[in-house]
Design a protein around this ligand. Structure first.
Ligand SMILES: [Zn+2]
Length: 463
C-alpha cells in the first residue's frame, strides 16, 4: 500500500510555496489568515472537542487570541473527540504504531502517523492526511537554500546526492516515518537515502556513515559535533557537501567546529512533530518561519504575548495545514523570539530565534583506554523507548558515575527507575563504557537551566 500522496495537490501546493517567498509580508499574512479561518472552521464543524470548547465564541468566528491554550496531555486524553475524522481511534492508532513494520505505511489507507518523543511527558500521536503532507513536502523541498534531495520527489531524475540521516531509526518518529514514506513513494530515491542508528556504539556508527560516503548528512547538532571530532581524529574520511541539523540547539561554536572539520556548510532548520518544517535558514543565516502555513505565538509564563525581540517562556503553535487533528494554540514548550527586523535576503517570511533542547554529550570511562562519547538523544531514546521513563534527569558526577532522577514519587516510580537503570546499564555496556555506577533518585524536582528549560542530560563540569 502506497503512503498518502496526491500529485495534483502536491504540485499546486508546491507552486504556491515557491511563489510565496517572492511576494510581500502582506500577501503572506493574507494566506495565513485565510488558512487559519479554514482550520478553525474545520475544528468547529468536525471536531467534537473543539465544538464544545468554542461554544459561545463568535460570531463571526472566534479570533485566535480568544481561543484556549491546548496542551498535549489534555488533548491526548480526549484524542477520539479531538480528531475531525471519527474513524481515527486512539486504541487502533496505538496498536498501529506498536508494529515497526508499519513505519511509513498508511493508517486507514489514507493517513501518515508518527509519535513524538516524550521530552515534555508522554509521547504524542500525530495524524496527517495527503493535504498536510503536501505542505510539509513542499516546505522541506523548496524553502531550504541550495539543492535538497527532497526536491527529487518532484524531480526524480536528478539523483546525484547520497543523503544519510543519523538518528533514532526504526521507531515511529517523524524523521523516520518521513524517510520511509519517501522510500515507498520513490524507489529511485530510496537507493540514495540511508539511515544510520545513533543507538549503536560510536565506532559502528562512524563506520556505517563511512560506508555510505554521504554527500549530505541530516542529523542533530550533537551528532554532527561527534562526527566532526571523529573526522579530526582521522577515524572518519568523508567529504559531505552540506550538513543539515535540527532538533537541538546549534550554538555558533558547534557550527564553526563542524564547518571547519568538514569544510562544508551547515544548514540549520527547526521542526517539530506538531509541524515538520517550521523554519529554515536562508543564505544569510537567518531562520525564517514558514508563517504562511504555521503560526507561532511566543508567550510569557502567564500566556500573554511577548513583544518582538523578546524570548517567550513558551510558544503556542497553530498548524494551518492539518485539518485532521487541529493544533490550535498548542503549547510546544520551546522558547522562540520573533525578530522585528526583516532579513537582507529579501524574504517576506519573519525571522525567528529558537532556544530548543540543549543536552550534553557525556564523556565516560571506556573499557579500553579511550574514553567514550555518549549522545544525549540516544540516552533519552533508550530511557523513553526501553524503559517507558519520560520524566527524568540524568546527571554525571564523574567518569564512571551517574545519577538518574525523576520527580515522580512512590513504589511505581522506584520500579520505573530500576527498569530504566537496567536499560541504561545495558546500553552503556554496548557502547563500550567501563564500570558505571548509576544512582537512582525518586521525588526530585529537576534542576532548571537559567533559561527555565529543563536540561535532561547534564555532563559534569570537570569532564
Ligand atoms: Zn533571510
Amino acid at each position: 500500500m502506497q503512503p498518502p500522496f496526491d500529485l495534483w495537490l502536491s504540485t499546486t501546493v508546491a507552486a504556491d510555496v515557491a511563489a510565496t517567498v517572492h511576494t510581500s509580508a502582506e500577501a503572506v499574512a493574507e494566506r495565513q489568515q485565510r488558512r487559519l479561518a479554514a482550520v478553525i472552521s474545520s475544528a468547529i464543524h468536525k471536531s467534537p472537542l473543539y465544538r464544545h470548547l468554542l461554544k459561545g465564541l463568535g460570531p463571526p468566528g472566534p479570533r485566535l487570541q480568544d481561543m484556549p491554550v491546548m496542551r498535549k496531555a489534555a488533548l491526548m486524553h480526549r484524542f477520539d473527540e479531538w480528531c475531525t475524522d471519527p474513524a481515527i481511534r486512539m486504541d487502533a492508532l496505538r496498536r498501529f504504531v506498536a508494529d515497526p513494520a508499519n513505519v511509513g505505511r498508511p493508517f486507514l489507507d489514507r493517513y501518515v502517523v508518527w509519535e513524538s518523543s516524550g521530552s515534555s511527558g508522554e509521547p504524542g500521536l500525530f495524524v496527517q492526511d495527503a493535504a498536510a503532507m503536501a505542505v510539509y513536502d513542499a516546505l522541506e523541498a523548496l524553502r531550504k537554500p541550495d539543492l535538497m534531495p527532497l526536491r527529487h520527489l518532484l524531480d526524480p531524475w536528478e539523483l546525484s546526492d547520497r543523503t544519510v540521516f543519523v538518528g533514532a531509526v526504526g521507531g515511529h518518529f517523524a524523521s523516520t516515518v518521513s524517510i520511509e514514506r519517501l522510500r515507498l513513494l520513490n524507489p529511485l530515491l530510496a537507493r540514495r537515502l540511508a539511515s544510520v542508528s545513533f543507538l549503536q556504539p560510536i565506532d559502528r556508527l562512524v563506520s556505517d556513515v563511512q560506508d555510505q560516503e554521504p554527500t549530505v548528512i541530516a542529523t542533530y547538532p550533537s551528532v554532527a559535533v561527534l562526527l566532526a571530532n571523529e573526522s579530526i581524529a582521522g577515524c572518519l574520511k568523508i567529504s559531505p557537501r552540506e550538513i543539515w541539523t535540527g532538533g537541538e540547539t546549534l550554538s555558533p561554536s558547534m557550527r564553526r567546529h563542524v564547518e571547519q572539520a568538514f569544510g562544508c556548510r551547515v544548514v540549520n532548520s527547526y521542526g517539530a512533530s506538531e509541524f515538520l518544517s517550521l523554519a529554515c535558514e536562508c543564505g544569510h543565516g537567518s531562520l525564517h518561519l514558514n508563517s504562511d502555513w504555521v503560526i507561532l505565538e511566543p508567550v510569557d509564563a502567564h500566556g500573554r504575548a511577548v513583544p518582538a525581540g523578546t524570548a517567550g517562556a513558551t510558544t503556542l503553535l497553530t498548524n494551518l495545514a492539518n485539518h485532521v487533528q487541529p493544533l490550535i494554540r498548542y503549547d510546544i514548550g520551546d522558547q522562540v523570539t520573533m525578530l522585528a527586523e526583516s532579513c537582507a535576503c529579501g524574504s517576506p517570511l519573519p525571522v525567528i530565534e529558537v532556544r530548543g533542547r540543549s543536552d550534553d554529550t557525556l564523556h565516560l570511562r571506556g573499557r579500553s583506554s579511550r574514553s567514550i562519547d555518549v549522545l544525549p538523544l540516544a540516552l533519552s531514546t533508550v530511557l523513553e523507548e526501553g524503559a517507558g521513563l519520560f520524566d527524568f534527569q540524568l546527571e554525571q558526577q564523574g567518569l564512571g558515575e551517574l545519577t538518574l532522577s525523576t520527580a515522580k514519587h512512590g513504589a511505581e516510580a522506584t520500579r520505573l527507575l530500576e527498569r530504566a537503570r537496567g536499560a541504561l546499564a545495558a546500553f552503556l555496556h554496548d557502547q563500550g563504557a567501563g564500570d558505571v555506577h548509576i544512582h537512582c533518585c525518586t521525588g526530585r524536582a529537576p534542576h532548571r537551566a537559567r533559561s527555565g528549560k529543563v536540561q535532561r542530560v547534564i555532563a559534569s563540569a570537570s569532564h
